[in-house]
Design a protein around this ligand. Structure first.
Ligand SMILES: Cc1ncc(COP(=O)(O)O)c(C=O)c1O
Length: 392
């Protein structure tokens, strides 16, 4: 059993706690859907560590279980529950905890499929969704007696604002309103939302956890009683992560720390380069000392790293951005983030399309805004690619 004090790097490698009769250190891919009943009277099979029986693949899977053990250790929570996408984790959370008449408070800048889901849930379940400026103060001021959930992302996408979760923790009664933090952008390397009273911590594992743009998955980490409730909902909604993806993400997680460090350092170098470039109007990256979110990030983040995603506004029009995009040679024009390949996207025409237009304007998500998700290529090659595309 790994002790609670074991460090993150060690947990990434050994936190799965897999042991088998062959002495393998690597959790295998258990493709079996059925597991034999050991108690025929009560239809019970082998008891696994969560207190559930390993009976059927929609309920539990040993490979998925190994991944859940790693993530609960990284997030310093009792347990975790893996899903077949980040969105499956989010939809299961909302369906499990919301009831008609409730209010949800969210920043007006949020992953847009989460917005679309909230809009649909709001009309179906008669839940009020209040979208507020992405700051801890605005979030706190929007909470009232009907607010059952505050749902935030640790760093907003695409303008990279860092919400002061410590302020939220100190200002709200989190026994009345639950705090859910989507920690995809910062990962537990930078932020441990459980320290700040988050009841549930969500990840799109499709991003940094998997890290190779080859597996889709999601996870929720939390206390035992919450994971027990969500387990029932996962079973009802059928969203368990499949064993092959669990294996791929377990494999990816082993290098999370080295990848994240490298991506953060490269992103900072690119942000510094762009900040000095006369063709660039503004750079949004909390790792820049002049960035308005630098001090909150330095206060909250466990290390002086700021992640692999940065955004910048080109001087020029949408057509200029399209021209710049067409000249990129190495950087891929593609969505998503946290993988090995560096990718560029125009958020106003992609994920942020579903942010309310007046909110897009307020947030600065203009048509000349470009988001870069930095991969593992050589930093000089990336800067060279940006430079030739900007100059042409
Ligand atoms: C912050 C954040 N949360 C959740 C999701 C949804 O995750 P998935 O695509 O794995 O369903 C995304 C996807 O981009 C995301 O960026």
């Amino acid at each position: 059993m790994m002790g609670a004090l074991t460090k993150l790097s060690t947990n990434l490698i050994h936190g799965h706690e897999h042991k088998d009769s062959y002495g393998s250190h690597i959790p295998p891919i258990y493709t079996g859907v059925i597991y034999e009943y050991t108690d025929l009277e009560r239809n019970l099979a082998i008891l696994i560590d969560r207190g559930n029986y390993l009976r059927y693949g929609r309920e539990e899977n040993p490979t998925t279980r190994a991944l859940e053990r790693v993530v609960s250790k990284l997030e310093c929570t009792d347990d975790a529950l893996a899903f077949n996408s980040g969105m499956a984790s989010i939809s299961t959370t909302l369906l499990s905890y919301l009831k008609p008449g409730d209010k949800v408070v969210v920043p007006m800048e949020l992953y847009s499929t989460t917005f679309v889901l909230l809009n649909n849930i709001s009309s179906k379940l008669n839940v009020k969704v209040e979208k507020t400026w992405p700051s801890a103060e605005s979030v706190v001021n929007s909470v009232d007696g009907k607010t059952s959930i505050v749902f935030i992302e640790s760093m907003t996408n695409p303008t990279n604002k860092v919400i002061d979760v410590e302020y939220i923790y100190k200002s709200l009664d989190l026994s009345k309103t639950i705090l859910v933090v989507d920690n995809t952008f910062t990962t537990p390397i930078l932020l441990k939302p459980a320290k700040y009273g988050a009841k549930l911590i969500i990840h799109s594992m499709t991003k940094y956890f998997s890290g190779h743009n080859d597996a889709v998955g999601g996870i929720i980490a939390g206390r035992k009683e919450d994971i027990t409730l969500l387990w029932d909902w996962r079973k009802m909604l059928g969203g368990i992560l499949q064993p092959f993806e669990s294996y791929m993400i377990l494999r990816g997680l082993k290098t999370l720390e080295v990848r994240f460090e490298r991506q953060s350092n490269t992103a900072r170098a690119i942000a510094e380069y762009l900040a000095e470039n006369p063709k660039v109007e503004a750079v949004m990256y909390p790792g820049l000392s002049k960035d308005p979110y630098n001090s909150i990030a330095r206060k909250l983040f466990e290390r002086p790293l700021f992640g692999g995603v940065l955004s910048f506004r080109l001087k020029g029009t949408y057509d200029d951005v399209l021209r710049f995009f067409s000249k990129l040679r190495l950087i891929k024009r593609a969505p998503s983030l946290g993988g090995t390949e560096t990718m560029a996207v125009i958020p106003s025409k992609a994920a942020a399309m579903f942010v309310d237009p007046e909110h897009r304007q307020l947030l600065g998500i203009t048509d000349n805004l470009v988001r870069l998700s930095v991969g593992l290529e050589d930093v000089d090659d990336l800067i060279e690619d940006l430079s030739q595309a900007l100059n042409s």
